[in-house]
Design a protein around this ligand. Structure first.
Ligand SMILES: NC(=O)c1ccc[n+]([C@@H]2O[C@H](COP(=O)([O-])OP(=O)(O)OC[C@H]3O[C@@H](n4cnc5c(N)ncnc54)[C@H](O)[C@@H]3O)[C@@H](O)[C@H]2O)c1
Length: 424
């Protein structure tokens, strides 16, 4: 969704707030942080290779030396592809479901976790326990125990003074940071409601190859299996839910919604969801997401307050009703690079960024919406976070798990058998 927000109109005389210094003193860098950013990648697919490039560009921007020390992927072909592009020797490539252990055992000081999200809690735990700084893609789990495990590991990262950046890149995007600042500083009064959308087209799917293992089939088809992706309300729409959490300043208390499946042929995900997220204090957000071709597309957010409204990435044509001077925020090379700049900068300064709790809460909110749609029930945050609430969803573990992939005990759920609300 394109907005008509023109930042120049709203920045008159504002102070410049920068999250990432353009001028870094190399002496200070090396006294506080590692001399060379040694990068390991776990998951060398589309985003994994993208995140690697972003990290390299960020390091270059900060005048830091880099070395790619390990590349891991379920399939050797993917790791080797990344290695070829960056002249990394083949012996630094690892494959299989245990490739993450080899990447983490290398001398990498920064590890990029970019597999499908069902593996994230296990990989994040291993990386932090091994003392690595982490960039991890969203979402960070597919079920409530996974999201809680991420939160716990995030606390350990803080204790160990390790940086954790998440792939919720809007939090590093100047226009979003400016809007967040505007909302926090009263540009729309008290935020009372909003809408968040990820309505887009279908992603890919792959037919099972003759003799293909269930594990390989699920990895190649991960955007169609809830056990791998969390479903697209978690996998894609987490971005927009994250913006709502950020601007409102808290996670939702409950979710009530529905969804369905109309066009998919593999896996077990829904094609569309519509969820009412109740944030308490009479604040509601309507979330909509869809992966169907030939329909109206919108990926955006809109918020209404007692004194105005705003899109997630800035005000509409009329601007804010209230006069407000907005600060400018740094964004070098786009938000995908800026998030790595912010992470590396925090490492070299010895003040590690830790985005774990935010991304874990946004992931959990998406999971809460999905459980409501699949089951047809109202789902409360407390049921997913507090064992004493006595909810069966507290211990809902989607199988096959990451551990099953490592043990080689993967049984794929049947294709095209989906949750039936009222029964699931
Ligand atoms: N922030 C963003 O805008 C953004 C954009 C795209 C994707 N993503 C996220 O990035 C992650 C990866 O998505 P993608 O588009 O790169 O998918 P992809 O399918 O292109 O790549 C995933 C890679 O992970 C590998 N893999 C699977 N299981 C593995 C395991 N156990 N160990 C090692 N490697 C394994 C696959 O073989 C594949 O190469 C997802 O969580 C996705 O949601 C984020």
């Amino acid at each position: 969704m394109k907005t008509t927000f023109n930042r120049r109109d709203f920045v008159k005389g504002a102070a410049v707030l920068s999250a990432s210094p353009l001028l870094v003193n190399p002496a200070a860098v090396f006294s506080a942080g590692p001399e060379t950013i040694k990068i390991g990648v776990i998951g060398c697919g589309g985003r994994g290779q993208g995140a690697l490039n972003d990290c390299l560009r960020a390091a270059q921007h900060l005048n830091l030396n880099t070395e790619i020390v390990a590349l891991g992927d379920f399939f050797m072909g993917r790791a080797a592809d990344a290695a070829r592009k960056h002249n990394v020797p083949r012996e630094r490539c690892f494959d299989g479901a245990d490739a993450y252990k080899k990447v983490i055992a290398s001398d990498a000081n920064v590890v990029l976790l970019v597999t499908p999200p069902n593996f994230r809690p296990l990989h994040f735990d291993a990386a932090i326990k091994a003392g690595k700084h982490v960039f991890m893609e969203k979402p960070v789990a597919v079920d409530p125990p996974g999201a809680r495990m991420i939160m716990e590991t995030g606390k350990l990262a803080a204790q160990k003074k390790l940086a954790v950046a998440a792939g919720t890149q809007r939090r590093h995007q100047a226009a979003y940071r400016q809007t967040a600042w505007a909302v926090a500083n009263g540009a729309i009064g008290r935020l009372t409601s909003g809408k968040v959308w990820w309505c887009g087209g279908a992603l890919w799917f792959n037919r099972r190859q003759e003799g293909e293992s269930d594990a390989s089939y699920m990895v190649r088809n991960w955007v169609s299996f809830t056990e791998m992706s969390g479903d697209h309300i978690v996998e894609q729409h987490v971005h927009n839910i994250d913006v709502a959490n950020w601007y409102i300043g808290r996670h939702p208390e409950a979710a009530l919604g529905f969804g369905g499946r109309a066009r998919r042929q593999t896996g077990n995900q829904f094609d569309f969801f519509s969820i009412d997220f109740d944030y308490g204090q009479d604040v509601h957000i309507h979330s909509m997401c869809r992966q169907v071709n030939g329909c109206y597309n919108r990926v955006s957010e809109f918020f209404v307050g007692t004194e105005g409204s705003t899109w997630g990435s800035g005000p509409g044509r009329e601007g804010y009703k209230k006069e407000i001077q907005l600060p400018e925020f740094e964004e070098h090379g786009g938000p995908y690079v800026q998030e790595h700049i912010n992470m590396l900068d925090s490492i070299v300064k010895g003040q590690p960024l830790n985005e774990t709790q935010n991304v874990a809460e946004s992931t959990m909110a998406g999971i809460m919406g999905r459980i409501s749609a699949y089951s047809g029930q109202m789902v409360r945050w407390r049921e997913l976070m507090d064992e004493n609430a006595g909810s069966p969803w507290y211990n809902l573990v989607l199988t096959p798990t990451a551990e099953d992939f490592e043990k080689g005990t993967v049984t794929a759920p049947p294709d095209d058998v989906v949750a039936v609300p009222g029964k699931a």
